[in-house]
Design a protein around this ligand. Sequence first.
Ligand code: HEM
Length: 454
Amino acid sequence: MAATTAVPGPAGNPLVGSLFDLTRRPLRTYLAARRDHGDVVRLQAGPPGLRVEFYAIFSPDGVQQVLGGEAANFRKESAFYDELRTSVGNGLLTSQDADYQRQRRLIQPLFTRRRVDGYADVIAQEAQSLTERWRAAPDGVVDAAEEMSRYTMRAVARILFGADVEEAAEVVHHNFPLLGEYVKERGFAPVRFPRTWPTPGNRRGLGAQRALYEVCDRIIAERAARGSGDEDADDLLTLLGRARGEDGERLDPAELRDQVLVFLVAGHETTATSLAFALHLLAKHPEQRKLAQEEARTVLAGRAPTAADLEALPYLTRVLKEAMRLYPAASLVGRRAVDETVVDGYVIPAGAQVVVAPLVTHRHPDHWADPERFDPDRFLPEEEKARHRYAWFPFGGGPRACIGQHFSMLESVLTLGVLLRDFEVEAVDRRVALAQGITLRAASPMRIRVTAGG
Ligand code: HEM
């Protein structure tokens, strides 16, 4: 069949297209777009003259083409990536071309399985502190989303900054959410005002950016001044500073800072969302909770977890994967098509903004039976093998796939193990509203009752 330029899509409002739907309820809008119009959908937003078009691609074959096979044609030049690059700099998540190749060469060796497994101690210590915090919770009720956001921020900051964690943590804790909100507001807004205008939003966002730059630059400069004094330090910032390529290439101080900010963006709320929804789902589903608890209590009885325990916790791993299916932290991933191409029989024009949506593909009824149901056994090895590689892609795919995937799974599975070993969990809020921030997150309370013992 010949390719067609007639890509279906919602008509939206005659004046502003789907602007309000995309800004107020983006997730529902993308889910409805697939249901009503199919696997390739054209969305339009904004008033005539300023109208922008997006092509959303939902089929696993189409996703594979965008992230994998034709990755060179689909560049990180979406509005979201432009905003992120301006706000947190040109680090591994945001850079492209020669800059990217250099950074990936230098950074990849710091993310081997062996290296990442070395962070299990920090995870075990932080998980232990969390259990102590929960034991002291006034009425035994905690908000899973808030708790996991605090927890993963602390864990990633310790891994990044090592001994300087206290100096960084306060500034990061206060300013990071403000910068995140700013990137989200601008990155998903079809129409943006210049950053130089003295609006309250610009002032808040740029102030937060300045504070974050300052604390990172200060720590980097202090370390440079100390020279090679802390030979034993193995935090990520030290390792990034020491990384050398074959011809002596290295990251300069500004690039180091950009990497730190990118790792904070990429490694904090993402893992928090996965963990929070895993807890929420288990707290609502007694049958699966029992299986998860039995595994945690048998494997981790009376001791701290180690990296080797990841293999011994297959059910918890399946729970996490299923939580990431239903609630993928990176729910929308944007690109810009350089040249015209054809996806699933539809012409995607040169220059088009393209979105792939784990949230929608992960609930695609052609690829998932009863997609809304929570069922960790969808991730039994034989089930995984039988499925399209891109029916589930919470970590992206192709050459720009997530470098933190193993770190995140290690952190999430071991943490969930420690929590379920020590606590009974029961949902207080059974329904949780979703919102699209920089990552997918809960927009209403996500309280669980945690009772020590078991
Ligand atoms: C559940 C947790 C996580 C999820 C869902 C997630 C998701 C993703 C996705 C979808 C991408 C690809 C983005 C794109 O193609 O545009 C990505 C890239 C990336 N992630 Fe993650 N991530 C997670 C955890 C982490 C952690 C813990 C770190 C760091 C410690 C991290 C660091 C990165 C970096 C640096 C990239 C860019 C890689 C490159 O382009 O070479 N992520 N992540």
